[in-house]
Design a protein around this ligand. Structure first.
Ligand SMILES: [Ca+2]
Length: 662
C-alpha cells in the first residue's frame, strides 16, 4: 500500500489497526465529510458532519489512532489550520436561507399537488426529499427538536403545554441560550422570524424572556395562534398587537416581506423563517386550557379558514380514498383499534375539512411565489437556499381517525421537505432518509458554522454531489417518539385520547421498509411498508416463527435476501429502539455502533447474521414501559442498558480485509 496516496472511503477502527500492523507511518485522507460515517468518534467530534467542506486528515503515526486524546488534539490543530470550519463574522458571500415552515401540512393527502407556485418554484427548481420525517408528530416538541438538533428525549420538551412542553419548558430547559438562531448569529447571520414559534408562547409570557438570537422577529402568540381571523402578533420587543378581522396568513406575509427587505438592505447573510399557522385547524382556547384543564371542553377545533379569494376553490376535492381510508376492519393498536367506522355524515364533514385545508394553503402558496420573485428581483436568488417543510404531518380518516396528528403512521410523520438553492438538483426526488433532527445541523453547515458535539442529527446532503457521495453511507433509520395525548379534531373528534405514549422506528433499506413501535400499554406494531404501504397489517400479531421474506420496490435491487423469521427480525428492531430511546449525539445517528462497537454492523442485514442471534434474542433486554405517562419520565420507561457485542468474538474486522474496508 502506498502511504502517500489519498485514501477515500471508509476509515475503520480495525483498518487503522491493520495500517499500524503494516508499519504505515503516514496516511493522508481526503474525502467529503459525509464519508466519516465509519470514522473514529474523535474525528467526528472535531470536524462534525459538515458536508460542504473537504478536509485533510494526516495521521503522522498509526499509533495515534489508538490514542484518542492525542489523536483528537492533533486533528483539532489541523481543523484550525484548515480554516473553513471556524465560526466567523458576516461574510456577504455566504448563502442566505429562507425557511418556510407550515403547521400540520400533510404529504400523504396530496396537499403539495394543490400548490402551483410551490411546484413551479420549489419542486421543479429543487430537490424533494420524499423520506423526510418529523420525529414527534406534535407541534411544539417537533419544533424544539428542529431548532435544537436534539431528540425529544434529550430536549425533554414533549408536549404543547407545561409541565412537559410549551415555550416555558423550552426556556427552563435552557434552550433559549442554546439553539440555532444563536449559533447562526455566531456564524455572521442576521436572523428574522415571523409566525408561530412554539405553543404556549403567549400574550402573558412573550417577554419572559424574549426568544433570543433574532435581528427581527414578529411572532404569532397564544391563545390566538390558530384563530385565522383574530391573530395577535408581537414584534421585536414591542407589546403584542391584535389583528382581529384581518386574515392571519396575509398579515404574516406582509411581515415576512418587510423582513426580507430589511435583510437585503443589511447586506449580510440572513436566515429568514416564515411560519404560518396554515393549514392547522382553527382553534379557540378557553382560559382554563392554559391553567391545566386540558379537555374537550376547553379547546374548540374547527376546519381552517381560507382567505376570501380562495374560498371558491377545490369544490370537488375529497380526501384520497387510499386503502387505509375508513377501512372496514379496524387497524392499529390501543385506542386506534377501537375506533368505530365513520358514518357518511362524518366523511362528508371531513372532506369539507380537507377542502378548507387546501384552500388555506393557497395564501401560503402565494408567499412562495412572492419570496422567489423578491429574491430574484434583488439579484440574490442564486445565492439563497429556500427550504419548505411542515412541523408534523396530518391524517383525515385513515385508520378511521378523525382529523389530527400525534400518531406514528406515515400520514403523521412523513412530512414535506423541499430544498432549492446553489448546487441543488432541479426537479429531483431523493429517497435519502432524513428527519427534522437533521435540519439544525443542515442550516448550520450551510452557514459555515461549527457542528456541535451534542447534535442528535447530521447535516442533510442537499446538493447532487453530496447526495451521490452519501448514498452508500447515509443511515437507514428515523427515531420516532411520542408522549401523552392524541386529539381528534373537528365536529366528530370526540376530544382527547390519553395513553398515546409510544416509541417508533422507521427503518428503510434497499429491500426493507419497516415501521416498528412499542407502546406504553405493552402493545407493538410491525408494518412491512414494501408490501403494506398503508400500514393495515400488523405483523407483530402473527406467529413470530413465521418466515419473513425481504422484498424491494427499488427496481435496481434484486429481491432475494436470505429469508429470516419475524422473531429474528423483531429482536433486531427492538434492540435498535433500545439504543435510540436514550441515545445522545453519535449514538443517535449511528445506533448500530452502540450494539457493535467494532463497526462491523451498519445495516439491518448485517445485524441479521446468525452469529448475533443469541446476542439479540437472549442477551439484550426488550423495550417496555412500567407505566403510561403524559411526558418523559425516565423511571417509567423500563430497561435502558444496551449490551455491546464483544469485539473479540468474531475478530477485529469480521473477516473483512483492508482493501474491502477502504
Ligand atoms: Ca403542527
Amino acid at each position: 500500500m502506498d502511504g502517500s496516496s489519498p485514501v477515500a472511503g471508509r476509515l475503520h477502527q480495525a483498518a487503522l489497526r491493520d495500517a499500524h500492523a503494516e508499519g504505515l507511518v503516514e496516511v493522508q485522507i481526503v474525502c467529503a465529510i459525509d464519508h466519516w460515517d465509519h470514522a473514529r468518534q474523535p474525528l467526528t467530534r472535531v470536524y462534525g458532519a459538515t458536508p460542504r467542506y473537504a478536509v485533510k486528515v494526516h495521521l503522522f503515526t498509526a499509533e495515534l489512532a489508538d490514542q484518542p486524546e492525542t489523536f483528537a488534539e492533533r486533528s483539532e490543530q489541523m481543523a484550525k489550520a484548515d480554516g473553513p470550519l471556524q465560526d466567523d463574522g458576516g461574510d456577504a458571500s455566504k448563502p442566505n436561507i429562507v425557511f418556510i415552515l407550515t403547521d400540520d401540512q400533510d404529504l400523504h393527502m396530496n396537499s403539495l399537488a394543490h400548490m402551483p407556485h410551490l411546484k413551479k418554484h420549489l419542486l421543479d427548481e429543487g430537490t424533494f426529499f420524499q423520506r423526510h420525517y418529523c420525529t414527534v408528530a406534535l407541534c411544539c416538541p417537533s419544533r424544539v427538536n428542529l431548532w435544537t438538533g436534539k431528540a425529544a428525549h434529550n430536549t425533554n420538551v414533549t408536549d404543547v403545554n407545561p409541565p412537559y412542553g410549551g415555550y416555558p419548558k423550552f426556556v427552563t430547559q435552557g434552550f433559549n441560550e442554546a439553539w440555532l438562531p444563536l449559533w447562526l448569529q455566531k456564524s455572521g447571520y442576521n436572523n428574522y422570524y415571523t409566525g408561530k414559534l412554539f405553543n404556549a408562547h403567549s400574550l402573558s409570557n412573550y417577554d419572559s424572556p424574549f426568544p433570543s438570537g433574532f435581528t427581527g422577529s414578529d411572532f404569532l402568540l397564544d391563545p390566538h395562534t390558530y384563530e385565522y381571523l383574530n391573530a395577535s402578533f408581537q414584534r421585536n420587543q414591542d407589546p403584542p398587537v391584535s389583528h382581529e378581522g384581518e386574515y392571519s396568513t396575509d398579515v404574516l406575509a406582509s411581515k415576512a416581506y418587510g423582513f426580507l427587505d430589511d435583510a437585503i438592505a443589511a447586506e449580510k447573510p440572513f436566515f429568514l423563517t416564515i411560519a404560518p399557522s396554515a393549514p392547522h385547524s382553527n382553534v379557540k382556547f378557553e382560559q382554563d386550557f392554559f391553567h391545566g384543564n386540558v379537555s374537550g371542553h376547553t379547546i374548540k377545533t374547527s376546519p381552517p379558514i381560507a382567505a376570501e379569494r380562495h374560498k371558491h376553490l377545490f369544490k370537488d376535492a375529497v380526501v384520497p380514498r387510499t386503502p387505509n381510508f375508513n377501512p372496514d376492519k379496524p387497524s392499529g393498536v390501543s385506542w386506534i383499534s377501537e375506533l368505530p367506522q365513520q358514518s357518511e355524515e362524518n366523511i362528508d364533514f371531513n372532506d369539507e375539512f380537507y377542502r378548507k385545508r387546501l384552500q388555506a394553503l393557497q395564501a401560503v402558496d402565494e408567499i412562495v411565489e412572492q419570496v422567489i420573485t423578491r429574491l430574484d428581483k434583488a439579484g440574490i436568488l442564486d445565492n439563497t437556499y429556500v427550504f419548505y417543510s411542515s412541523d408534523n404531518g396530518y391524517h383525515i380518516g385513515q385508520h378511521r381517525l378523525q382529523p389530527g396528528k400525534e400518531c406514528g403512521f406515515e400520514e403523521d410523520i412523513n412530512v414535506p421537505l423541499i430544498v432549492r438553492g446553489p448546487g441543488v438538483a432541479k426537479g429531483q426526488v431523493s429517497d435519502m432518509v432524513t428527519s427534522h433532527t437533521d435540519l439544525a445541523p443542515t442550516f448550520l453547515s450551510l452557514a459555515g458554522g461549527r457542528i456541535r458535539d451534542d447534535f442528535d442529527g447530521a447535516a442533510i446532503p442537499i446538493t447532487s454531489t453530496q447526495l451521490l457521495e452519501a448514498k452508500e453511507t447515509r443511515r437507514e433509520h428515523v427515531n420516532i417518539e411520542y408522549w401523552g395525548f392524541a386529539l381528534g379534531e373537528g365536529d366528530f373528534g370526540a376530544g382527547f385520547k390519553w395513553n398515546n405514549t409510544y416509541k417508533g422506528l422507521r427503518l428503510i433499506g434497499d429491500d426493507y421498509n419497516f415501521y416498528y413501535s412499542v407502546w406504553c400499554s405493552g402493545e407493538h406494531e410491525l408494518y412491512d411498508l414494501n408490501n403494506d404501504p398503508h400500514e393495515l397489517h400488523n405483523l407483530y400479531t402473527t406467529n413470530h416463527s413465521h418466515p419473513f421474506h425481504f422484498t424491494t420496490t427499488v427496481s435496481r435491487v434484486p429481491s432475494g435476501s436470505p429469508p429470516t423469521n419475524l422473531y429474528h427480525l423483531l429482536s433486531r428492531l427492538d434492540s435498535l429502539v433500545l439504543v435510540l430511546k436514550t441515545c445522545k449525539g453519535r449514538s443517535c445517528t449511528h445506533p448500530w455502533e452502540t450494539l457493535h462497537p467494532s463497526g462491523d454492523v451498519q445495516t439491518l442485514h448485517d445485524a441479521l447474521n446468525k452469529t448475533f442471534d443469541d446476542f439479540y434474542e437472549t442477551q439484550q433486554e426488550r423495550v417496555q414501559y412500567s407505566k403510561c405517562e403524559k411526558g418523559y419520565i425516565f423511571e417509567s420507561e423500563g430497561p435502558s442498558d444496551v449490551k455491546a457485542f464483544p469485539i473479540e468474538v468474531i475478530g477485529a474486522r469480521g473477516g473483512a480485509s483492508w482493501s474491502e474496508l477502504v
